[in-house]
Design a protein around this ligand. Structure first.
Ligand SMILES: Cc1cc2nc3c(=O)[nH]c(=O)nc-3n(C[C@H](O)[C@H](O)[C@H](O)COP(=O)(O)OP(=O)(O)OC[C@H]3O[C@@H](n4cnc5c(N)ncnc54)[C@H](O)[C@@H]3O)c2cc1C
Length: 413
């Protein structure tokens, strides 16, 4: 179709669709209910801390090629910080034991044949068991597939799966972890280098995309909430923004890039996941020079991942269903105690901090919920879907989100 493409939602799904379409010369109008873009992946000024923070730490890997292509297109590729090598440092807070997971250079993981380079206490058999993810049936969970205990499970598979799938291993889909492993660990160390944003999520992913789309003639309207979608037979006919109705002409099309519950409310025929998992992030200003570390996986603790940026330490807790119910001050106390151990801060007093609860951080990536992911193509000829909850074949991560936007774009233009 060659008319205007209306994109609803300026999260990364909507923005990646907009970038893709303006690059191809399409006429694009983006509408977002919020006052800024980025959705669940954004930065903002925090009064308590007196600086900009991200709503949540986002860890990416160098094998995430859609992310890298997107950033290259919008000109912000150099705003990512890459670790020097593919290394994932871990610390068991309860025992003080430290180890690193360092994927081999080639695709054959020779280092696993030596106990010295494996996760402490783990056996080669435990690693080989990971291959069973490749043929896991649709109903299998991570725990069923990988055993649910043992040194490798506790110190690698479980922390990895919980952070990638934002769902506890007992319930998380085994099938969904495999494509991530295949595209990263399965391709050797060059595809496993951890990457985080240098300045902020908005500075890397959102602001340059908004500028790119605007410079190529697209327009983006914030504070523009879609209230209803009118459709007849197999076509969307108009978009209702409350005080404004936009007619969808025969050559126009629509990409709905909103969270699943919004998509289902607007168009009840669209099947969407309906269970979610929270992520809790804690940002703490560290009053004295901390250990020289940029990120670390933690086990035997409430905290899951620790990130250091300047004098700010941030903690991520995924699938944080129990934690999210606690008060912010209780959460801060727990996380600060983990930080003091991890960074050897002794009994240092907690300073300025902020706890951010994202109650619906992602949909629950269980076998049951995966069945509710809809494809980009819909029963309406001029409407496509995008978002981390759509059927990308990947978990609800930035990589899957950007691919969903690209796919939706290719259906409408
Ligand atoms: C705390 C946290 C940590 C995360 N960590 C990682 C990580 O480490 N690595 C990783 O890869 N991924 C991570 N993710 C996942 C990643 O952020 C998401 O997968 C991605 O941002 C989803 O983007 P989206 O565009 O699909 O949805 P959203 O970001 O939810 O965007 C939807 C947009 O639609 C707008 N909208 C809603 N209703 C309407 C309406 N009626 N009209 C108009 N607009 C509307 C919203 O304002 C929003 O901007 C994390 C997510 C969270 C929350």
């Amino acid at each position: 179709m060659t008319g205007t493409v209306h994109i609803i939602g300026a999260g990364l799904a909507g923005l990646s669709a907009a970038v893709c379409l303006t690059q191809r010369g399409a006429s694009v109008v983006v509408h977002d209910a919020a006052g800024q873009g980025g959705g669940r992946c954004r930065s903002y000024y925090d009064v308590a801390l007196g600086c900009r923070i991200d709503n949540g730490n986002h860890l990416m890997l160098s094998g995430n090629h859609a992310i890298l292509d997107y950033l290259k297109t919008i000109g912000s590729e150099d705003t990512l910080v890459r670790s020097d090598e593919a290394e994932f440092p871990f610390l068991d807070i309860s025992t003080g034991q430290r180890w690193s997971v360092t994927p081999d250079k080639g695709i054959i993981p020779w280092s696993l044949f030596s106990a010295d380079t494996r996760v402490p206490g783990s056996s080669l058999n435990e690693y080989l068991r990971g291959l069973s993810l490749a043929w896991a049936g649709p109903n299998k969970t991570i725990s069923q597939c990988l055993g649910g205990d043992g040194p490798l499970f506790d110190n690698f598979w479980d922390p990895l799966a919980v952070s990638v799938l934002n769902t506890e291993s007992e319930n998380a889909s085994a099938q969904l972890l495999w494509p991530v492993l295949r595209e990263t660990f399965g391709r050797g160390s060059a595809a496993c280098v951890p990457m985080i944003v240098r300045d902020g999520l908005s500075e890397s992913f959102v602001d340059p995309a908004v500028a790119y789309v605007s410079n190529l003639g697209g327009s983006i309207h914030f504070n523009h909430r879609l209230r209803a979608v009118n459709y007849k037979n197999d076509h969307v006919t108009s978009l209702d923004f409350g005080n404004e109705q936009i007619a969808i002409e025969p050559d126009d099309s629509v990409i709905l890039a909103v969270p699943p519950s919004v998509a289902h409310t607007l168009m009840p025929e669209i099947v969407t996941p309906d269970a979610f998992r929270p992520i809790v992030n804690g940002h703490f200003r560290v009053p004295k020079k901390s250990k020289d570390v940029s990120f670390m996986g933690l086990v035997g603790s409430i905290a899951h991942w620790l990130f250091v940026r300047g004098d700010m330490v941030s903690i991520t807790v995924s699938a944080a269903t129990d934690l999210v119910a606690q008060s912010n001050s209780d959460i801060a106390d727990c996380l600060w105690s983990d930080i003091c151990i991890a960074l050897d801060l002794g009994d240092c007093l907690m300073g300025e901090h902020r706890i951010v609860k994202e109650k619906r951080a992602t949909f629950a990536q269980t076998p049951e919920q995966l069945l509710k992911r809809s494809g980009a193509k819909t029963q309406w000829k001029n409407l496509a879907l995008a978002g981390d909850w759509t059927a990308t074949g990947l978990p609800a991560t930035i990589e899957g989100t950007i691919r969903s936007g690209n796919t939706a774009a290719s259906f409408v233009f």
